[in-house]
Design a protein around this ligand. Structure first.
Ligand SMILES: C[S@@+](CC[C@H](N)C(=O)[O-])C[C@H]1O[C@@H](n2cnc3c(N)ncnc32)[C@H](O)[C@@H]1O
Length: 233
């Protein structure tokens, strides 16, 4: 893949990532510590980490506080700017994570991002790109939505937090999401599609990209049961 992915283009239009990026941390406020504990426990001290799809840098900041060296990558300028302000020592890249350059990080973490990739081609490009950002033996840490649990949760009911409402329905393997933002005086509606993962397809792609040791468990630091925590090396 050599053109920007469609998920990278969505980063510039989804209100959550752009117009209302300043509200991101109000809406997404699940605890940082459990994820960082789980990743930190598997790394040597002072590891070099790429946070691919870092959002506002909440997890990156905690990993820096634990002594690691973290690079930030995201395709949403306004989220990346918040991450850079939160992590002044970090190198930042405004980049499509499907198009990362070859690198030699000890670890890559990619949390809550790969669900935004809908087509088979984009998903394959994303996993290949993350894998080539690692040194040999480096570890990839993923948080993704699991397909079956996502289907059960996609009941179309409104879920509201801090002026943000989302309604999600299931459509043949895809999550159709309708978001309403009642913030700053205006009401903005936005619709987009996500695609959760099956353990089999994710494991297959990881192995195809040389990450043959794959462990999959329940989500870490998540409030809902539809997430997976995946470690691959
Ligand atoms: C749900 S947020 C998760 C952010 C952060 N990892 C966290 O756990 O809070 C998804 C992030 O992925 C980024 N993203 C989605 N597709 C991307 C792509 N193709 N390239 C780079 N960033 C992408 C978005 O801009 C957003 O910051």
């Amino acid at each position: 893949m050599d053109t920007p992915s469609s998920s990278a283009r969505v980063c510039g239009e989804r209100p959550f990532y752009d117009l209302h990026a300043e509200a991101y941390d109000l809406i997404i406020n699940d605890p940082v510590k459990p994820w960082c504990d789980a990743v930190d426990a598997q790394l040597a001290r002072s590891s070099s980490i790429l946070d691919a799809g870092c959002g506002t840098g909440r997890h990156a900041a905690e990993m820096i506080a634990r002594g690691h060296v973290v690079d930030l990558a995201d395709a949403a300028p306004r989220l990346l700017a918040q991450a850079a302000a939160r992590c002044p020592s970090a190198r930042t890249q405004l980049i499509d994570i499907c198009l990362l350059p070859t690198a030699d990080h000890d670890a890559v973490m990619c949390r809550g991002v790969l669900n935004d990739m809908v087509s088979d081609g984009e998903r394959a490009a994303a996993i290949a790109s993350l894998a080539r950002s690692l040194r040999a033996g480096g570890k990839l840490f993923l948080d993704v939505r699991e397909a079956e649990a996502s289907r059960e949760r996609a009941d179309g009911e409104p879920r509201t937090r801090s002026g943000f409402t989302s309604r999600t329905t299931w459509d043949n393997g895809l999550l159709r999401v309708r978001e309403t933002y009642a913030m700053g005086g205006d009401v903005v509606e936005y619709q987009f599609t996500m695609r959760p993962w099956s353990v089999g397809s994710l494991t297959g792609l990881l192995r195809d990209n040389g990450l043959r040791n794959v462990s999959v468990g329940g989500g870490v630091g998540r409030r809902t049961p539809d997430r997976l925590f995946v470690v691959a090396f």
